[in-house]
Design a protein. Structure first.
Ligand SMILES: Nc1ncnc2c1ncn2[C@@H]1O[C@H](COP(=O)(O)OP(=O)(O)OP(=O)(O)O)[C@@H](O)[C@H]1O
Length: 294
């Protein structure tokens, strides 16, 4: 049987008195694209750091492609983008990239790497003069430089603009299609929904849900019915409705029974202008799972 890309057993990590990761069992197979979700402080970054061997677990074990984390990193098996990933100061982007590529036996061909990370215009720039999004693209190039089979990305697009994000996820999809395992922590749930074939939701250092995004969404009962309605009309007594809110001229009714709600509204002669019915989003599902608690 092929080795898992990532396997943690009973992983427990503390920052002083804070229990950041609590008895985490997580297996990620080769070629999977997995999003780590959860509120601030859920333990996502700590998990990524422990998998990279940057933090010593208080208990439990981590195997990365069958090896201890430090061995896997040394062997070039893991490329990482960390939330506070540093770049050496007083150097040009091209010089840093050259140095990092030189440290690998089989580096990603330069031209293709530069094009993939979208840093063609940045090679002559001082590292210190990069914008947040440019910096993230350079960090991506460094993460990819050794053509690693496993990518660990902690909020990789947090500073990127819309176009940068789109290009980034296109690159990730291409890499995943070529068999790279991609594990990323994010607060952009729509990106997780679009890119990941598996979503792991953490809260309080533990996994509270694990599965395909569609499965998590469908586990959240209920839908929302939206339509335009004049001020002053209330709808809480319509059949099926479990909650009602209004933003400007738009009413949003949470309902446990869409058909009963729509029938009730039509029977009351509500015109239902701009009607929209939608299921739970991944955001709804995550909020339901973590209980909005922080
Ligand atoms: N260096 C540190 N020293 C002390 N406590 C820490 C440290 N780093 C993280 N923590 C604590 O560990 C817990 C988990 O933090 P972690 O950064 O892993 O969460 P996260 O899910 O990545 O959060 P975010 O979404 O905000 O990045 C939190 O309670 C946090 O305050």
């Amino acid at each position: 049987m092929p080795l898992d890309a990532l396997d943690t057993t009973g992983l427990t990590v503390r920052h002083g008195d804070v229990l950041a990761v609590d008895d985490l069992d997580l297996r990620i197979g080769r070629g999977e694209t997995v999003a780590l979700l959860g509120p601030n402080g859920a333990g996502k970054s700590t998990t990524v750091s422990a998998v990279l061997g940057l933090l010593r677990p208080a208990a439990g074990s981590v195997r990365v492609l069958g090896r201890a984390p430090a061995d896997a990193v040394r062997a070039g098996c893991v490329g990482a983008m960390l939330q506070h990933g540093g770049l050496p100061g007083e150097a040009r982007v091209g010089e840093v990239l050259h140095l990092v590529r030189r440290s690998y036996a089989d580096p990603w061909p330069l031209g293709d790497l530069v094009a993939t990370a979208g840093i063609g215009g940045l090679l002559g720039r001082d590292v210190d003069a990069l914008s947040g999004g440019q910096r993230q693209r350079v960090l991506l190039a460094l993460a990819l430089a050794g053509q690693p089979p496993l990518l660990l990305l902690d909020e990789p697009t947090s500073a990127m603009d819309v176009e940068g994000r789109r290009a980034f996820w296109t690159t990730m999809r291409d890499l995943a299609a070529r068999g790279t395992t991609v594990v990323f922590a994010t607060h952009h749930l729509e990106e997780a929904d679009a890119v990941a074939d598996r979503v792991v939701v953490m809260a309080g250092g533990r996994v509270v849900a694990d599965g395909p995004s569609a499965g998590l969404r469908s586990a959240v009962a209920g839908r929302t019915v939206r339509f335009s309605a004049p001020d002053g009309v209330t709808f809480d007594r319509v059949p099926g409705v479990t909650g009602a809110s209004r933003l400007g001229g738009t009413v949003a009714l949470a309902t446990a029974d869409v058909e009963a709600t729509l029938r009730g509204l039509l029977a009351d002669g509500v015109p239902l202008d701009d009607l929209e019915v939608r299921g739970a989003s991944l955001e709804d599902a995550v909020l339901a799972l973590v209980g909005g608690g922080r």
